[in-house]
Design a protein around this ligand. Sequence first.
Ligand code: NAD
Length: 428
Amino acid sequence: MHISVIGSGYVGTTVAACFADLGHQVTAIDIDEEIVNTLNEGKAPIDEPGLEDLLERHVGDRLEATTSYDAVPESDVTFLAIGTPSNADGSIDLTALEAAAEATGEALADKSERHLVVIKSTVTPMSIGDVLEPAVHRGANDNKNIEVGMNPEFLREGSAVSDFMHPDKVVYGTRSEWATERLHEVFEPLLEGHDADIVETDPATASMTKYANNAFLASKISLVNDLGNICKEFGLDAYEVMEAVGLDDRISEQFLRSGVGWGGSCFPKDVDAIIAAAREEGYDPALLEATVEINDRQPERLLELLENHVNLDGSRVAVLGLSFKPQTDDIRNSRAIPVIEALLEQGADVVGYDPVAADNMAEEFPNIDYAESASEALHDADGTLVVTDWDEFAALDEAFDAMANPVVVDGRRIIQRRDGLTYEGLTW
Ligand code: NAD
């Protein structure tokens, strides 16, 4: 098939490269010329394991990038993978996606064959019928050949390619048999030989499935963190407790690692968006509000543990890990951000280290120091906060000896060494 993918960010680039790898002809469209040029050089505009290999292999052959929507009508199906950030009140900001939906419609105004426009972005359930479908149809001058569907994306940054290629489930939210068949054709090469479940439903239910998924996972982590904080108050090791808890099939052993909380581009904005959408309907989602509150508290608890041992004013504090999780350079809503803000407020002198995310964090905090290695960050530090569980931190050993004061507060249970350190685990 010929597929056009609008938006070449984390999701769009991954989806475009993977569709090309599955044998489809793909045109990636983005308004950002720099992203388009990078893609056409066979390079990845983002840091994702395996992505550049796919781009090197397929750019110039089955995959091309452009800033023009001209390829849209030549394709069979168009996926929209545009960002859906939050407004100040947490509600979903559909501005960019609505503009792209309308531009997609405009490109399809004269198309005489049927064409499916699929929303890949995460959108609140009513957004498709109330905003996005009307935008596509408005752009297309009500061309009856154009249909809109929803196919939420469940990939995780840091393992985006592998997640896309090996999904647990693929959800088709459509309004017709024809649209479902088109999505089957798109995903057939991916699903062959895999035992992923296919869910066929309507667009609003497909949208809600994505929110329910993320709200469930974020709440699971916040619950585990709440229980972890209680364990710490009792002087207990939350990991020992949760290892036993996870033996229960109804709970599962996944997502039971307590720590400094969740971040990234999805959980925070998606939980906020579904809370705001629920409130708009007059419902007070009490549990999801607590999920957010507990998450906000975890970085504060990390700081409090450090303050038990170090007077932060004038002290040099190393922050190990700046990305919101390992294997990505994405710092959006990283727990390192409130941690650094609080350290600066308390008068600390901050040095950050991350294997790949330092440049991104330097845009957020240009005035703190950035080290080239974890060892360099630890040198002469009066305390260390471990915020991201990059594997290399597990191997740190002698580097702690170069600290002025070896106080280590671990927010991810990644540091192996304990001897000769004042070591505090966040929930253990
Ligand atoms: P992103 O911000 O990384 O990328 C969006 C891209 O769209 C940017 O490159 C931007 O230049 C481009 N763009 C904006 N307006 C455009 C237009 N009119 N025409 C063409 N291109 C345009 O966003 P993302 O992280 O890829 O997320 C996209 C959507 O997917 C969001 O709704 C997000 O919630 C959802 N999602 C993200 C993830 C994730 O891990 N990042 C996972 C699942 C779902």
